[in-house]
Design a protein around this ligand. Structure first.
Ligand code: MN
Length: 290
């Protein structure tokens, strides 16, 4: 890891000039409130809300930081935690207690509702958290959690979710999608589904996410460093996203928020030293699907 950190990112995304390709610029957000560690959020962005079912991309580090995100709720999504360096402890309301380390996947399927906390010692942290929106047929399911420490590999790429080059991850997925970590040293040609859209997140330059619309059979990445490939079939449903909830209407989000504040519907996170996160106030105008 130290070699990569010492050398500047030199990744050139050859497909970037292709029709439909665009660079989504990230913005800085304090995770877990204004005193939390900073993350770079590239999705949703002003220009694009989703890439396939992927509706949220936060990248952080490498930096020395302590992650501390008190218990908070989720609905209608999966959280995907992926580290390049460091370790993060996950607790949730279905009784999970699991450290995630580099090369491992922590995957939490919120379904109808779950709550969790995430914390780390003060150490070098480098990684990402992504959300996958669950389609209507699967978003009301019972919440569950998976940890995968032994993910399959296709030509040097770790297949985190979905399939790449015919190699399939054991992680639960509820719509056609892919996530894979590529280690690029020179040039890598990645086979992708032509009808899907894709994104490339460069871990050495977390400020940007490169978007590719449908119409590519391969993506060519050259340079050196770690790259996260995400993609999927364009998501056909309109979401209402607010705070940690993914729903379909303003009314639904209001009900999720009320349930969390009432202490109902999201279970209990056991063992976290501190109070749960209160939900922020709702905006004065109705939340709109987008
Ligand atoms: Mn969360």
């Amino acid at each position: 890891m130290s070699n990569l950190e010492q050398s500047p990112a030199e990744i050139v995304c050859e497909g970037q000039a292709a029709p439909g390709a665009e660079i989504l610029t990230g913005h800085t957000v304090a995770l877990g409130g204004p005193r939390g560690m900073n993350v770079t959020r590239t999705l949703p962005s002003r220009r694009r809300r989703m890439i396939g079912p992927w509706c949220f991309v936060d990248a952080y580090g490498p930096e020395v930081a302590a992650m501390r995100v008190p218990p908070h709720p989720h609905t209608g999504l999966q959280t995907v935690s992926w580290l390049i360096e460091g370790e993060v402890l996950h607790r949730d309301s279905v009784g999970s207690l699991q450290v995630v380390r580099p090369g491992q996947l922590n995957l939490m399927t919120a379904g109808a509702g779950i709550s969790h906390s995430e914390e780390s010692r003060e150490t070098v942290l480098h990684g990402a958290q992504l959300w996958v929106a669950l389609p209507e047929a699967h978003r009301h399911q019972a919440p569950h959690f998976e940890h995968h420490a032994d993910l399959p590999v296709f030509e040097g790429a770790t297949v985190i979710m979905g399939s790449l080059g015919g190699v399939t991850s054991p992680a639960a997925a509820y719509s056609p999608l892919v996530a894979a970590e590529l280690t690029v040293d020179g040039q890598v040609e990645v086979p992708v589904e032509e009808s899907w859209e894709h994104g490339l997140l460069f871990f050495d330059d977390p400020g940007s996410l490169h978007y590719f619309g449908p119409g590519h059979r391969t993506l060519t990445v050259s340079g050196r460093g770690r790259v996260l490939l995400i993609g999927g079939e364009p998501f056909g449903e309109q979401l209402v996203m607010w705070w940690n909830f993914v729903g379909r209407s303003h009314e639904e989000i209001v009900a999720f928020r009320r349930a969390w504040m009432d202490g109902s519907g999201f279970g209990q996170v056991v063992g976290f030293d501190g109070a749960p996160l209160p939900a922020p106030g709702l905006p004065t105008t109705p939340l709109k699907p987008r």
